[in-house]
Design a binder for this molecule. Structure first.
Ligand code: F6P
Length: 345
């Protein structure tokens, strides 16, 4: 009896989802939000979504301040004119937020209610891992058709080649390292330069190699302090040494490295924390193109009835990855690149 009623409930649910997806193909109004840490290229994505949707006869409601704005119903209609001259701007014109309140079921229900009330039939969310997990719950609990555009400087989204903002951030970090090298060289100093990346060392790896660092400390691997010390000795006194440290390194970042070397070996050094400078700035050509391309593709995905996943490029092809992948898999730097770094620094 119980099994029977459960299976008829499941059937009703499936029919509901089917109708919802079929209905999605004729959407009149979609919502668009940027969420989590801002990433250069988000504006290019906003521009593409708005312009392409307009051409397809679909209205776009911008959701301000990320998930916080969604819960508050902070919506604003977006048209072509709102997107003039934004493609080269960093940040996001819609604003964004970290919004831990979203963990409460009642807040999620309010988000769904706001969308229904505004007649929004599908949502595009431009953000990173946390935002996509939130999007997944919105679909699961409230059947809101939702498609993600991966945007995070950390480049830690699985199943795609690159997330929006990574290229700009890594170029910013490399330029900063180039500048620090001038001072390090002039004074013959050791510098520990900290870059962003909570659990993924992509920024550290790319900027470290491109910036000609002597050592790169990644969250993906334990640092061998003794061999780093020996390397510094080998380079010789009063010679410049640049060590790039990912913020997520198990030692706890560049300040911890400097402290350790002072205490353990009596080595004086300087520390530079690049911090949020890596999140800002005008996006590179690559991020502008990626944002534009994925913005358009995300609209197509919604209109094709796709939901509960994110669009991306993978090995030269378009891909659609289920949000659920993030529950099972965390993207880190592959070991082949970690090895490569050892040979190139
Ligand atoms: O968005 C990714 C990221 O920049 C991480 O590299 C960093 O650890 C974190 O966000 C910082 O977040 P917030 O700006 O909220 O302090």
């Amino acid at each position: 009896m119980l099994a029977e009623s459960r299976s008829s409930l499941q059937t009703v649910f499936c029919i509901f989802v089917f109708l919802r997806l079929e209905f999605g193909k004729g959407m009149q109004r979609i919502g668009l939000l940027t969420s989590g840490g801002d990433a250069p290229g988000m504006n290019a994505c906003i521009r593409a979504v708005v312009r392409y949707a307009e051409r397809r006869g679909i209205e776009v409601q911008g959701i301000r301040s990320g998930l916080r704005g969604l819960a508050a119903g902070d919506f604003i209609p977006l048209g072509r004119l709102d997107t003039v001259d934004i493609i080269g701007r960093g940040g996001t014109i819609l604003g964004t937020s970290r919004f831990p309140d979203f963990l409460h079921p009642s807040v999620r229900a309010r988000c769904a209610e706001q969308l229904h009330r505004a007649g929004i039939e599908g949502v595009i969310i431009c953000g990173g891992e946390g935002s996509f997990k939130a999007a997944h719950t919105l679909w699961q609990e409230h059947q809101i058709p939702i498609v993600g555009v991966p945007a995070t400087i950390d480049n830690d989204i699985p199943g795609i080649d690159e997330s929006l903002g990574f290229d700009t951030a890594v170029n910013t970090a490399m330029e900063a390292i180039d500048k620090i090298r001038d001072t390090a060289e002039s004074h013959g100093r050791i510098f520990f330069v900290e870059v962003m990346g909570r659990w993924s060392g992509y920024i550290a790896l790319y900027a470290g190699i491109a910036g000609g660092a002597e050592y790169i400390a990644l969250p993906e691997e334990r640092t061998d302090f003794q061999s780093l010390y020996e390397e510094i000795q080998r380079i010789g006194p009063d010679r410049r040494v640049i060590v790039v440290v990912a913020e997520g390194d198990e030692k706890g970042g560049a300040l911890a490295f400097a402290e350790y070397f002072r205490e353990q070996y009596g080595i004086e050094s300087r520390v530079t924390l690049l911090g949020h400078i890596q999140r800002g700035g005008s996006p590179t050509v690559r991020d502008r193109l990626l944002g534009s391309f994925l913005g358009k593709v995300a609209v197509d995905a919604l209109l094709e009835g796709k939901t509960d996943g994110y669009v991306g490029q993978h090995q030269g092809q378009l891909t659609f990855v289920p949000f659920e992948t993030l529950e099972r898999y965390r993207r880190i730097v592959p070991s082949v690149y970690v090895e490569l770094a050892k040979w190139l620094v």
